[in-house]
Write a protein that binds this ligand. Structure first.
Ligand code: SF4
Length: 75
């Protein structure tokens, strides 16, 4: 994400399970948004965002670059 962060109301989180390497950093960072399937890849519990900071942290921690923070204006 370049520039300023979106406000929580405009922010959406997306994941790409094909890039997920199952490290689980996202689940540790925000267990209310991320979960892991039985196969160990990421699943989303919701696409809405309460804390942009927390999602930005998950994006930066994900070794597979499988998490993206977008705004609903992008969709
Ligand atoms: S941090 Fe990234 S690679 Fe690890 S489980 Fe979450 S989405 Fe997958």
């Amino acid at each position: 994400v370049s520039g300023s962060s979106p406000s929580p109301g405009d922010a959406r989180v997306t994941t790409d399970p094909s890039r997920c390497v199952g490290a689980g950093q996202c689940v540790l960072t925000d267990p209310t948004t991320f979960d892991q399937s039985d196969a160990g890849t990421v699943t989303l519990l919701r696409t809405t965002v309460d804390s942009v900071t927390l999602i930005e942290e998950a994006v930066s921690l994900c070794p597979g670059q499988a998490i993206a923070l977008t705004t609903k204006l992008d969709a």
